[in-house]
Design a protein around this ligand. Structure first.
Ligand code: GDP
Length: 297
């Protein structure tokens, strides 16, 4: 195992919350994320987000930032959690006001609860003639989830993801929830974090999207993730611009690993390439031994 550095209290500074949107198919997850992506940009950076990298960081008009995880469905959320990655700070549960709380919605809620991740409810499609947001609040109350406007503890916002109505208020509620979590990280240490997705690119070799949870990740760092390792050759942001470093709660695309670690694998930065290689080899050996044992059974 890799021993974690202790953080000095004085090094800790606030970091952006990491948010996942979950809900039943067609309830508007994509529309909401598209709207947020298109209306909020990182200051000083022209151009929109040109590629899908599984995570992106947006800055609101007043300078506050939120990192969104945009992995397909909550399968990724579960898969990541199964691998021990607690990547999400806050879950937005989106429910269409012209529908009901669906089985997938219940599943998403159960996942967030099991992970102890606070939820903010977004009642979507309120522009539709058939919208009945009170019906959704009632469905939730029947699950023992009482929303704030009905005297409960859960923040809830009516939105139209399509028209952009209520989305700013929703983000405000997310940030309020984040404030209560008092999220902090230490940028002055070697980075740790999670793999969001990996692939093999014909031109660039193995490419991974990572999310830094603590420390600062830099070009030239020696990284271990799962059984893959390597020295970071180059890093890019969600706008496909070259970057030299990624701070806590920021995603980055990294080049230079010798394999494709699995979503949810944690990554660590080590002093030397040799250390990273040694740990990878030990993990590979362990995997082989476990494989042999299962074969014998
Ligand atoms: P997802 O499957 O949860 O990602 O849902 P989408 O974002 O793809 O939305 C499903 C459908 O609902 C699409 O046809 C959207 O245009 C529509 N939709 C999403 N949000 C709204 C909304 O606020 N109002 C209306 N009228 N339609 C919406």
């Amino acid at each position: 195992a890799i021993t974690e550095e202790e953080d000095d209290e004085n090094d800790l500074i606030p970091r952006a919350p990491i948010v996942t949107v979950m809900g039943h198919v067609d309830h508007g997850k994509t529309s909401l994320l598209d709207h947020i992506r298109n209306t909020n940009v990182i200051a000083g950076e022209a151009g929109g987000i040109t590629q899908h990298i599984g995570a992106y960081n947006v800055m609101l008009g007043d300078g506050r930032k939120i990192t969104f995880l945009d992995t397909p469905g909550h399968e990724a959320f579960t898969a990541m959690r199964a691998r021990g990655a607690q990547v999400t700070d806050i879950a937005i549960i989106i429910i269409a006001a012209d529908d009901s709380v669906m089985p997938t919605t219940r599943e998403a809620i159960a996942h967030a609860q099991a992970a102890n991740v606070p939820m903010v409810f977004a009642i979507n499609k309120i522009d539709k003639p058939g919208a009945n947001p009170d019906k959704i609040r009632e469905d939730l109350a029947n699950m023992n989830l009482l929303v704030e406007e009905w005297g409960g503890k859960y923040q809830c916002q009516e939105i139209s993801a399509k028209k952009g109505v209520g989305v700013d208020d929703l983000l405000e509620k997310v940030l309020l929830e984040a404030e209560m979590l008092d999220l902090k990280a230490n940028p002055n240490r070697k980075a740790t974090g999670s793999i969001i997705e990996s692939s093999l690119d014909k031109g660039r070799g193995y490419v991974s999207t990572v999310l830094v949870s603590n420390g600062t990740l830099k070009v030239g760092d020696n990284v271990i993730a799962g059984t893959s390792w390597g020295r970071i050759k180059a890093m890019f942001n969600e706008r496909n611009q070259r970057i030299e470093k990624a701070c806590p709660a920021e995603p980055a695309i990294i080049l230079g690993l010798n394999g494709a670690p699995t979503a949810g694998d944690s990554f660590h930065v080590l002093e030397t390439e040799q250390e990273a290689r040694d740990i990878a080899n030990k993990r590979l050996q362990l995997q082989r031994e476990q494989g042999l044992r299962t074969q014998k059974r």
